[in-house]
Structure formats: C-alpha cells, structure tokens
Design a binder for this molecule. Structure first.
Ligand code: IMP
Length: 192
C-alpha cells in the first residue's frame, strides 16, 4: 500500500522494527517515514534526552532534511532504573536471560520503557517523551518485536510486547506515545 503523505521525515535509525512501529503511527498524520542509517557511535549520558538531541543535531547538520531521532531504554525499579540508557549494551552483553537472572528471587518486578523523540524540521525543534509502565515476566514469551519485548508485560495486559502485533504494541508503547505527541506538535507548527 502506498502512503499518501503531506510531509516526509527521515528516521535516523538502524532498527527496522522501530521503523515499522513509527511508520504506522505516522500514517495517522499523513507523514511519510524514510529510514536513514544512524552512525554507530552516540554520546554517553545517564539520560536519554541529551543522547537523542545530540544525534538529531548531528543528523540534521549532515542531511539538511527534516529528521526524527528516537532513543529508548528499559528502566527496572528494583535495580534503581538499570539498564536505562545502557539498555542496548546490556541487551548485547547479558541479554534477556541475564536480566531475568538479575531479578531472580526479587518480588518487585516493576519496570518501565521510556522513549525520547526529537524532530528537527525548521522552524520546528520538538522534544517529546513517552513512558509505558509494566512488569518483567518470569520467562520470555512471544516472538514478535525486538529487544526486551519478550519479557515486558505492559500494565493492564497479560501478554508481553513480543506477543502483540505492531498495531497492538502501538496502543501501549512508550515509542508510540512519544511519537504521537511529537507528530501532533509538528502538525500544529508546520500546518501540515
Ligand atoms: P535504543 O538505544 O533506542 O536503540 O534502545 C536501546 C535498547 O533498549 C534496545 O537495544 C532494546 O534492547 C531496548 N528497547 C528500546 N525500545 C524497546 C522496545 O520497544 N522493545 C524492546 N526493547 C526496547
């Protein structure tokens, strides 16, 4: 199906799952998303926001076209928010199994995903965030999605994110919340 779009944004990411999720939300706003490769290196910070802002400024400076950058992480309450902005590294190193091991014997399974979205589309410079609260499952379940989806159960549901379709995940996810807020503001600022 071809998208009819009023506006095109370059989504700077190497994650095709994120692209699929954001494309579906963008369609609600008649915005088209084109993926553009992200540099391998990003700045380190204890907060997602500076990471996303820095990446967006760099991407806009080189591309000179409207860009969208998104940075996300899983924050586990009993681990004082770990892995948070280090989620990508933790996923690559100890992975889902390692996280489940860290929580072995811990009753408090509460966690949340946070997403920070930055859009640079002059005159618009938009920063928005989205949070979804939930719990960490005792075992991974489901084969959809990516990253920590198989162990995250959003509040009010029995299924993990990895057991949901993209449309269903977008009804709850941190990313869909942040992106919807950002697209609403973009539409208002650019009158698209
Ligand atoms: P990134 O830096 O925004 O790419 O995200 C860092 C890491 O957080 C990813 O590698 C994933 O492991 C995890 N993550 C972020 N968003 C999600 C999500 O929607 N589902 C599952 N894992 C996620």
């Amino acid at each position: 199906m071809r998208d009819t779009c009023n506006y095109k944004l370059y989504f700077i990411t190497n994650n095709v799952h994120k692209v699929e999720e954001v494309k579906l939300v963008a369609r609600e706003y008649s915005i088209c998303i084109e993926q553009a490769a992200a540099p391998k290196i990003e700045i380190q910070s204890n907060d997602l926001e500076p990471i996303a802002i820095n990446a967006a400024i760099k991407a806009y400076s080189s591309l000179r076209k409207p860009v969208l950058v998104e940075d996300a992480g899983l924050f586990i309450e009993s681990l004082n928010g770990f892995p948070g902005p280090y989620s990508s590294y933790v996923f690559k190193t100890i992975g889902i199994k390692g996280v489940i091991k860290l929580l072995n014997g811990i009753q408090d399974r509460r966690a949340y995903f946070k997403s920070v979205v930055v859009i640079i589309a002059p005159p618009a410079f938009i920063i928005e965030e989205g949070i979804v609260y939930g719990v960490i499952a005792s075992q991974p379940r489901g084969n959809k999605g990516f990253g920590f989806d198989p162990i995250f159960i959003p509040e009010g549901l029995k299924h993990t994110f990895a057991e949901l379709s993209i449309v269903e995940k977008n009804m709850y996810s941190h990313r869909a919340i942040a992106v919807r807020k950002a697209f609403t503001r973009l539409r208002d600022i650019l009158k698209i």
